[in-house]
Write a protein of this length. Sequence first.
Length: 74
Amino acid sequence: MWKTKLCSEWLETGVCPNVDHCQFAHGTHELRPVSHPRIRKEVCRMVLNGGLCEYDRCHFRHALTIQEKRLIFN
C-alpha cells in the first residue's frame, strides 16, 4: 500500500527527510489508488456508535448511506 496518502512532512514543510525511502506520496502525481478489497467498504465502528473516529489511517468508511442512517437512528 505504497503512496496512497500524501506525506505529512512534505505537506507541512515541502521537504521530506526520507524522500528516497518514504512510503508516502510527494505530490498528487505520485498517489496510487487504494486497492485493498476491505478498505472503505465497511462502516467504522466508532461512527456506528455515534462518535468520531480518532484514527488517521482508519480503513473503514466514515459516511453512512441513507439506508444505514435509517436503520441506526430509527
